[in-house]
Design a protein around this ligand. Structure first.
Ligand code: 15L
Length: 276
């Protein structure tokens, strides 16, 4: 299957491109950065927010043998002012969706984030963790952008009958680094498993899943992912003894209250739109 990966030079993108290639995907990388050394597959350097540049990429890729899916990872991976968050998460998604519809590409796996629901309190979680049907409750403008991008995906599924899976990713890391990560970790190998499932699940329509490993202390419900075929194999628990040896900090206390962790704190409060 030929798949276009946006944000292919980023931390998640580089792991996914090689992991998907190992699984037999024909990977096309798209990023604002130039092709990284050692990349296997075709590469396009372009901005996902530029509809002409994206249309040109789709013209070439779909003309050269058919593109079946998009994995959209590109975007600012942290908090920013609202216009930047909207451009980065919503406009890029819209540009890709328009190109998909115009070129007959019918599936997208989107890197949403746990911060779409980060303001939910841990104390209110059910034993299975936060479900995918709870109200969106972003913890910062980053999460607002992700909620809006998810809504846009749903609109395109309803209008055009494409398939779109929003992966609310937790903490994508080689290994957990904090107490919160014992609940939120997504291992590199599980990230590849998850995206593979999103690309191959029969008729997902619009679906939201949580992108974490099979963590014993998970805060989010893994069932929607499992229903789609994502079977995570890793568990952060093996790192717990080492992490718990480190003295707890004030940050751990904040992390323990809201599922979004530090994004809820005043450190992240800022005007939505800067004054001129
Ligand atoms: C995310 O979605 C962010 O991109 C990343 O920077 C981390 O904050 C991560 O979530 C997390 O919650 O650990």
């Amino acid at each position: 299957m030929q798949v276009l990966v946006t944000g292919a030079a980023g931390s998640i993108g580089s792991v996914l491109c090689s992991g998907l290639a190992d699984r037999g995907y024909d990977v096309v990388g798209l990023d604002r950065m130039v092709e990284p050394e050692g990349f296997t597959g075709s590469w396009f350097t372009a901005d996902c927010g530029d509809p002409d540049a994206v249309a040109a990429v789709f013209d070439k890729v779909t003309g050269a043998g058919g593109l079946e899916a998009v994995v959209h990872l590109a975007g600012i991976p942290h908090e920013s002012h609202l216009p930047d968050a909207l451009e980065s998460h919503v406009v890029t998604t819209a540009v890709l969706l328009d190109a998909m519809v115009e070129h007959g590409v019918s599936r997208i796996a989107y890197a949403s984030s746990n911060h779409a629901v980060g303001r939910h309190e841990r104390a209110a979680l059910s034993p299975t963790g936060l479900g995918v049907d709870v109200q969106p409750r972003p913890d910062a403008f980053y999460g607002v952008g992700k909620v809006a991008a998810e809504a846009l995906l749903h609109l395109y599924v309803d209008r055009y009958g494409i398939d779109a899976v929003a992966m609310r990713i937790g903490s994508f890391l080689a290994q957990p680094e904090t107490r919160r990560n014992l609940s939120t970790w997504l291992s590199h190998d599980d990230a590849v498993r998850m995206v593979d499932a999103c690309l191959t699940a029969p008729d997902p329509g619009f679906a939201v899943i949580y992108g974490i490993s099979a963590n014993t202390r998970a805060w989010w419900d893994l069932e929607p992912g499992r229903a789609l075929g994502y079977q995570p194999q890793d568990d952060a628990e093996q790192f717990a003894p080492a992490i718990e040896k480190i003295a707890a900090t004030e940050a751990d206390a904040v992390d323990a209250r809201f599922v979004g962790g530090p994004f809820v704190t005043e450190k992240y409060y800022r005007r939505a739109v800067e004054r001129r």
